[in-house]
Design a protein. Structure first.
Length: 363
């Protein structure tokens, strides 16, 4: 049985890391004749895929990806469309069971008002054509219209134990961001908060920005104009998230919206306190004062204050990381997510008859 993963994400991020881990687990299953086809712009998949089809990212890759899904052997496959825009591929008939895995809400605050109606219509039309809709968080499922209730379910994100030891006291307060440098992430707000913090904290502050994307040049210019070159370092795209977390005292995610962010879960598991804004996806994980600190959306003063509070209150840090670690252990372990995901893929595979012709509703 073949698993076909289509992922058209613009950058390597949490959704792609999740798909790679699931694909590796699929191939490791003891059933014979397992194979994997990946349709993606990301070469990280090439090392494990039986067949790797390189396409352009985003909507520019839709035509080539659609053609790749029309092969004569597709009927003997299970097709996983890894979030949008890959889910748009379902608008064209695919002769195999199709699962849409959603890592973001159908419509969120990051979508401009004038785009929301047409974007929602296209996304709903795509979901009509799939067999199952899997959401990585409850907030994402809440964004899916009730007409899909019977074929939608939640399989929450999970991460492995990074085995990071608790922080040791150091002279510098180390702040970290990990993610794509995209307008949705609003890293400029974090830079502004760090500038405030440096003026009021009695020890040096360093911000590490791990990631790359279209906002990098603008963010570097903001840092230069603020005279923060000695306080902010850009690492570029990183593959070792563990190393970044191990070298920080607090992790901050200032996004305008998220799905169910792996980076927060990795900070939970890695015993690092988390600060974020009260926005979709982030507030699903952070219980203010218990598993993290939630600031009013977009409030730079509140973000700077939260950073200062954690720097001055080691007991609060201990409380947050203990509660967050427990939340990860109880609900967000990677092995639980993988087991549930593989069970779904096995069910889909069992619906394919020996000749491969299975009705779309069979999954």
């Amino acid at each position: 049985m073949r698993l076909v993963v289509a992922d058209l994400g613009h950058a390597w991020g949490g959704a792609q890391r999740w798909a790679l881990r699931l694909a590796e687990a699929w191939l490791a299953e003891p059933e014979p004749e397992r194979s994997l086809q990946v349709i993606s712009p990301h070469d990280q998949f090439a090392g494990i895929a039986t067949v790797f089809t390189n396409v352009s990212p985003g909507r520019r890759g839709l035509m080539a990806a659609s053609n790749a899904l029309q092969g004569r052997d597709i009927e003997n496959s299970v097709v996983l469309l890894n979030s949008f825009p890959a889910v748009y591929l379902a608008c064209r008939t695919i002769g195999a069971p199709v699962i849409a895995w959603l890592h973001e809400p159908l419509i969120g605050p990051a979508t401009p008002l004038w785009k929301r109606a047409p974007k929602l219509a296209l996304r709903v039309a795509s979901l009509v054509r799939v067999n199952r809709v899997i959401c990585v968080g409850e907030g994402i499922r809440d964004s899916v219209p009730s007409m899909f209730a019977k074929k939608s379910q939640v399989i929450v994100n999970g991460v492995p134990d990074p085995d990071i030891q608790p922080q040791k006291a150091v002279a510098t307060w180390r702040v970290a961001f990990i993610g794509r440098l995209d307008p949705v992430k609003r890293v400029h707000l974090l830079i502004a908060a760090v500038a405030q913090l440096r003026a009021s904290l009695d020890r040096p502050v360093v911000l590490t920005i791990a990631g790359d994307g279209p906002e990098r040049a603008r963010l570097e210019e903001i840092v230069r104009r603020a005279g923060l070159q000695d306080a902010v370092r850009f690492l570029g795209e990183v593959t070792n998230v563990r190393a970044v977390l191990a070298d920080c005292d607090v992790f901050v995610l200032p996004s305008i919206q998220e799905g169910l962010p792996l980076t927060i879960l990795e900070a939970f598991a890695g015993r690092r306190p988390v600060i974020g804004f009260a926005v979709p996806g982030v507030r699903d994980l952070l219980r203010n004062g218990e598993t993290g600190i939630l600031c009013p959306d977009g409030d730079v003063d509140a973000l700077a204050g939260a950073l200062r509070h954690l720097a001055d209150d080691p007991q609060l840090v201990t409380t947050l990381i203990d509660n967050a670690r427990l939340a990860w252990q109880m609900r967000h372990r990677e092995e639980t997510m993988i087991q549930r995901s593989l069970l779904l893929l096995r069910e889909a595979a069992s619906s394919v008859s020996p000749k491969g012709r299975s009705p779309r509703a069979a999954v």
